[in-house]
Design a protein around this ligand. Sequence first.
Ligand SMILES: Nc1ncnc2c1ncn2[C@@H]1O[C@H](COP(=O)(O)OP(=O)(O)OP(=O)(O)O)[C@@H](O)[C@H]1O
Length: 366
Amino acid sequence: MEGTHYFEDIPITKQQVLNCAYGSWYPRYKKITPKSHIISSLPQSFIEYILQDGIKMPPEFFVDYILEDASEYSDWEQSDDEQSVVTPEARKHKQQQRRSVEDPTKNFSEIHEQIKSLIQKNGPMLPKLNWSAPKDAAWILPNHSLKCSSASEVYLLLNASSYIVHDLSQSLDECSDIDVANLKKEHKGLKFDLILKEWFDINPAWEFRCFVRDRRIVAVSQRDPNYYDYLHKMKESIKDKLFDFFDIHLKRTFQSETFVFDVYLPDKSEKVWLIDINPFSRTTDSLLYSWHEILNLDLSNYDEDDFDMRLVNEFSTARFASKEHSENYVPKDMIDAAMDTEKMIELMKAYQQQQLSDSSGDEADE
Ligand SMILES: Nc1ncnc2c1ncn2[C@@H]1O[C@H](COP(=O)(O)OP(=O)(O)OP(=O)(O)O)[C@@H](O)[C@H]1O
């Protein structure tokens, strides 16, 4: 029936997902990627800390944040039997002693020191795990961004993000070559890395997501949901830059034939930066397209070096559909679904699959 969408499978293998892990491709593409530091093979103690309920912070967090703020109030926390005025320094010391008893970093002290020293030497960092950055948790930092100037800020973001939990516990869920019954075991065998990307100020207008199928760019979408009129005037030259970048650096060298990559084109510069590589699957946001559209693009009218490209239009509803960090208020897939029938079908199907795997998991546990 015309206008009816059907849910198409996008088969993806475990190896394709692993190829997109930051630590797997960064060494090869170091020269075209903004400088990053990789803390490999995180110990179980660190992963448990990130996955635990609640957020337990190291002692320096209380000194740097809470007591700095509170020091303006000289009678703060003074008990009835403490009649003398406690100096801020004495209070800091006392509080530090109290907190150190339950320092959550004691089980991964080496990594804690590594994070602190990397930030001290190289400045603020954006943290992420193998596949995801904690974009949904930006609200938790005072600057409402992913810019971390201390190890405590890294922990706050990682602990508060459900994208990070997804990386740690569901990253292989879409793999067509893993039996549902083996998923838990496969996950247990994964190794996780902490990626610290040196922070630089990005102009979001110049971020693009490129969808590659069988070693050919099929579609490109603007990443930021806002309208920028100047992008429309430069569309052809942007396409040329993206094609050249892909052709020179990724087309023949990336381990998978089908994948999604994100780039940044700094203003007035010829340089194109690789920001990330993602699996070609529904776990990756299809932005201004639906996955159905990407899978069914007719490229017969395009030259080999040409592809479809979408920018946000002046009156596009996309900016409302994916308001920045809207995932903090309502799950993003629900917002997408409310704006797009095909995404609604994808969402229902995903919920159905989730229910199925939950119930088969329950059965296996019994
Ligand atoms: N080094 C950096 N400095 C500052 N901002 C950055 C840096 N790297 C990435 N960003 C910003 O953070 C955003 C998310 O980064 P990244 O693509 O690595 O995370 P992600 O979780 O994989 O995102 P997605 O889920 O959309 O694929 C980028 O769109 C970019 O705006």
